[in-house]
Design a protein around this ligand. Structure first.
Ligand code: NAG
Ligand code: NAG
Ligand code: NAG
Ligand code: NAG
Ligand code: NAG
Length: 445
């Protein structure tokens, strides 16, 4: 038996990256707002046409969602503050210099007290995802709410719990019995923040903590990139836009400006402030790192009797290991400081797969009288067969372990996990390390 999995780097780094060609004209507002900001990207509204598999009826949906767009962390607010301290000092306000709507002195709209709270943008993301889901699976989701039929589970953070509430509101709007708006209160099972093996297993996994989250070496590629040639190039360009001496700003200041830029867009939809300092190509954002493999039985969809829906609200660190477990978005090469240009079309792009509001849904169907054209296996189960479909951010995808079929026989789906010892889910053995000894340098999602 080979029980050990590769627990590799999960290093969320947000970097500006430089591509050789330069842009002739300033990108328009709409172009900029479509830029991707790695894991700090707003959820992009989807409009995929969806058709249920033929002769199939959905029985159950299990979903894991990342909370909606949130305010910057305290740490990010501090980065912006530090940057402003320098920039507001070197730029004389009496010159009335401005770039787009960026004016000086700039006041940071984000405060430390907002620390990662859900924003109204994030509430809307959850609400809209629920509405879309309702359109797709009315037979399942238009059933009246009963706590025994639908689970809403969230981590103990306010952004996840509020996301659950916003989602449930979207799902049951006008269908409850309370008050003139016919509100439907739902039970949200909010889990303990510091002891949550279901949705915050990353906090309880010593191996992950030592080898990844608190491992300074794991951020090596990020640091190489941050102090590399491309970043110096960006620094030069930003200084000349601001007409300041490049020596007064450092890479950390650039990171502060960039942080201001991404949250201005995510929360206020303002691409014409700090983002104006960066050329379009400098805003091609990178996710540096490898997949993290963290098997966990808890996030597998389970088919409970009469459980029509299970909706779990959690974090980027919940979703990304789950993708890895399922073998999704694997690239052949790791993303590194020196190969990002080659990697622009990589599969593992957090802005697409793990933005705010990112979600994965597992839908189990019962099917009858399926013609065997594309589905030989189903014949083995007689006239009735169960299949699973998986959706990432509402888009139907094929799991590698289902032979790249988007209609995966339930048996096959379950075997994906049973047959592989390294996917068996013993958290305590997967997460054990020889020694402890931890330093705090968590990257926050
Ligand atoms: C898990 O084990 C299978 C064989 O049992 C192997 O092919 C696969 O590469 C392993 N995956 C990881 C992530 O270690
Ligand atoms: C979604 O797509 C359909 C068909 O492609 C189109 O008719 C509809 O207007 C689109 N809706 C939105 C909100 O883009
Ligand atoms: C930290 O990460 C590096 C790079 O992934 C790895 O080689 C090293 O073993 C890790 N350190 C620990 C203590 O796990
Ligand atoms: C995960 O698996 C372990 C061992 O099989 C089991 O004890 C535990 O209850 C499972 N957790 C969940 C949430 O199903
Ligand atoms: C999980 O692994 C630990 C350590 O290897 C072992 O002691 C325990 O019995 C295992 N639990 C299960 C349910 O297999």
């Amino acid at each position: 038996m080979d029980p050990k999995i590769v627990l590799s780097v999960l290093c969320f780094a947000v970097l500006g990256c430089f591509i050789e060609e330069s842009l002739q004209s300033e990108p328009s507002f709409s172009q900029k707002t479509q830029l991707k900001f790695a894991s700090k990207t707003r959820y992009q509204r989807r409009n995929f046409t969806y058709e249920a598999p033929r002769n199939c009826e959905p029985l159950h949906i299990s979903m894991v969602l990342r909370h909606g767009t949130r305010y910057p962390s305290r740490n990010d607010v501090e980065k912006i503050d530090k940057m402003l301290k320098v920039v507001n000092e070197v730029i004389d306000p009496s010159t009335q210099k401005h770039i787009g709507d960026l004016r000086f002195p700039w006041k940071n709209p984000f405060s430390r007290t907002h620390d990662k709270l859900l924003t109204s943008v994030g509430e809307e993301e959850m609400y809209n995802i629920a509405k879309e889901l309702l359109k797709r699976f009315p037979s399942l989701l238009l059933r009246p709410y009963r706590p025994q039929n639908f689970d809403f589970i969230s981590t103990g953070t306010s952004r996840a719990t509020q996301s659950a509430m916003a989602f449930a509101f979207g799902l049951y709007e006008g269908r409850g019995g309370l008050g003139p708006s016919r509100f439907q209160p739902v039970s949200v099972q909010s889990r303990e923040v510091n002891n949550d093996p279901l949705l915050r297993f990353f906090d309880l996994c010593p191996k992950y903590l030592t080898e990844v989250a608190e491992n300074k070496t794991a951020l090596l590629e990020y640091k190489k990139f941050k102090h590399g040639e491309q970043m110096r190039n960006v620094l030069q360009k930003v200084s000349s836009k601001l007409i300041i001496n490049p020596s007064v700003i450092s890479e950390d200041i650039i990171v502060g400006m960039y942080t201001a830029c991404i949250f201005e867009v995510a929360i206020y939809d303002r691409a014409n402030t700090w983002c104006q300092l960066f050329d379009d190509e400098d805003l091609m954002l990178s996710f540096v790192g490898k997949h993290s493999q963290l098997p966990e039985n808890a996030t597998d969809p389970s088919i409970e009797e009469k459980k029509y829906g299970t909706f779990m609200f959690a974090h980027g660190e919940t979703l990304q290991p789950l993708y890895a477990l399922l073998g999704l978005f694997m690239d052949r090469e790791d993303l590194k400081a020196d190969n990002f240009l080659k990697q622009l079309e990589r599969k593992y792009r957090t802005s697409y797969i793990a933005p705010f509001g990112a979600n994965i849904a597992f839908v189990v169907y019962k099917c009858t009288a399926r013609d065997g054209a594309s589905n030989k296996e189903s014949e083995c189960y007689g006239t009735k067969t169960f299949i699973v479909q998986v959706f990432v951010n509402e888009e139907l995808i094929a799991l590698p372990c289902c032979g790249k079929e988007t209609e995966c026989p339930l048996e096959t789906f379950l075997q994906c996990f049973d047959s592989k010892p390294n996917m068996s889910c013993n958290l305590s053995s997967l997460c054990s390390v020889g020694s402890s000894g931890t330093e705090k340098s968590r990257v926050e999602l």
